[in-house]
Design a protein around this ligand. Structure first.
Ligand code: 5AD
Ligand code: SF4
Length: 451
């Protein structure tokens, strides 16, 4: 339906968002949705019928890049049939390749970087053929941008944006800019309002949350922020991602022991298990320092769960370096791994290293890591059989297959493992105790102790 007719009939314009990338980017989409709903738009599930399609892009690895460009090509055909449709490209690819997208894809109307989310309505109102907003916005961490979050009990809250670390493979400092921490009061106010709305689990987000507070005048640091959030009524669980091993302080480790609401799971990206590779990655720690921190945390909190990120086939990674990474995986016995083939990223130092590893070899190393981890995950899940786990229920799954009276429920342990069980009631949002009966590859099955 043409927009003029919609305006005449007083129908709300519709939008659809497609998101690629990390949790921070998924959360940026929640903010984009908040901004659009504030402007009277309503969300629709179909891209084809929306008045406005937003593609929120990720450029951290080249695979996500490719998916986005094929999506954009497909939308060209849709727009040819419905020229009144608007297309906005947001996120890290928009930030970094804005001008190129503008010239290669004239069917795009708006291009905006992660620091320009709040300006989307103004950009849409402009009548020129394509507007590009990828300028640095010095105060975007101070803005209160509304968010539309998916229902349920879990909500993400960004505490800092950007990254100052310049790992030699990583594009993030070039797309998201320098580290900027949100003021404590803004974070606390947002968590309080989420608690009021019934959210009971908060995940604090940032590229490097451990260095929260840098640049703030009140001397606040990340452990102190956690302590403040811990005091808030209504919040039952606190999590955070992502941590940088070099900034994981003794005090932060102790907060896991001291704050009962802080879930005993840490995502601690190791990236590689060889000191030589870590140095070329500019990671700022050695393998033994990393392992010492894991050991220390396990001493403080014996049932601490760890997950990690690993890059397979970083330039110059020899077979012996790779074997050291395998050794770390076996030593730590992670609860889960996100592993990726190294890919060259614009601006980064490592793209110019002249000892790149072949695609075939990267694939081989990746598969080895993943299959070793599969075995470890399975064993770790089996060890939990017979234990009682505290679960916050995420909601009802499928209807009973056997026509019985129970429904399938799903939730997560404090260590972030998925647990399936049956219940006569829909327990979404409830905190329950489940006796684990089966450990599968990627999840657990159990029986609720009190319904
Ligand atoms: N190639 C492969 N993986 C990468 N990551 C970041 N940059 C690259 C790259 N150029 C991975 C890292 C990081 C995760 C978010 O993505 O493991 O922790
Ligand atoms: Fe992608 Fe990284 Fe940007 Fe997140 S921060 S959207 S993972 S490039």
């Amino acid at each position: 339906m043409p927009n003029e007719l919609k305006t005449y009939l007083k129908l709300r314009p519709t939008f659809h968002i497609r998101t690629f990338g990390c949790q921070m980017n998924v959360h940026d989409s929640e903010r984009l949705a908040g901004v659009l709903e504030g402007e009277g738009y309503s969300f629709v599930t179909s891209q084809e019928s929306a008045d406005l399609v937003v593609i929120n892009t990720c450029s951290v690895r080249d695979k996500a890049d490719q998916k986005f460009f094929s999506d954009l090509g497909r939308l060209k055909k849709v727009k040819a049939l419905r020229p009144e449709m608007k297309i906005a490209v947001a996120g890290c690819i928009a930030q970094q390749q804005g001008r190129e997208i503008q010239s290669r894809f004239p069917h795009v109307d708006v291009i905006l970087g992660p620091q320009n989310i709040a300006t989307l309505p103004e950009l849409l109102a402009k009548t020129s053929s394509c507007v590009v907003a990828t300028g640095e916005n010095q105060d975007y961490h101070l803005r209160k941008v509304p968010a539309i979050r998916a229902g349920g009990h879990r909500a993400w809250v960004p505490v800092m944006y950007g990254c100052d670390n310049f790992c030699s493979y990583c594009i993030v400092p070039y797309t998201r800019g320098r580290e900027q921490s949100r003021p404590v009061k803004d974070v606390i106010d947002e968590v309080l309002s989420l608690a009021d709305q019934g959210y009971s689990e908060i995940t604090l987000l940032g590229q490097n949350v451990n260095s929260y507070g840098k640049g703030l005048s009140d001397g606040m640091d990340f452990p102190a922020l956690l302590e403040q959030i811990h005091l808030l009524e209504g919040i039952k669980r606190i999590r955070f991602v992502t941590s940088h091993p070099k900034d994981l302080s003794e005090r932060l480790m102790e907060t896991f022991r001291d704050l009962p609401k802080l879930c005993n799971h840490m995502h601690l990206p190791v990236q590689a298990g060889s000191d030589r590779v870590l140095e070329r990655m500019n990671r700022g720690y050695t393998v033994s320092e990393y392992l010492d921190k894991i050991e220390r945390l396990r001493k403080l909190v014996p049932d601490m769960a760890f997950t990690t990120d690993i890059i397979a086939g970083f330039p110059g990674e020899e077979e012996s370096d790779f074997e050291e990474t395998v050794k770390v995986v076996r030593t730590v016995e992670y609860d889960g791994i996100f592993a990726f083939k190294y890919s060259k990223r614009p601006h980064t130092k490592a793209r110019f290293f002249n000892d790149q590893v072949s695609e075939v070899e990267k694939g081989r190393r990746l598969n080895i890591i993943l299959s070793i981890q599969d075995e470890i995950s399975k064993l770790k899940n089996k060890v939990l059989v017979g234990t009682v786990q505290e679960i916050i229920v995420e909601g009802e799954g499928s209807a009973p297959k056997n026509g019985g009276s129970t429904t399938h429920q799903m939730g997560r342990t404090r260590t972030n493992k998925i647990v399936h069980f049956e219940s006569e009631n829909n327990l979404a949002g409830k905190l329950v105790q489940v006796l684990i009966a089966e450990g599968l590859q990627h999840s657990l099955k159990g029986r609720i102790l009190k319904d």
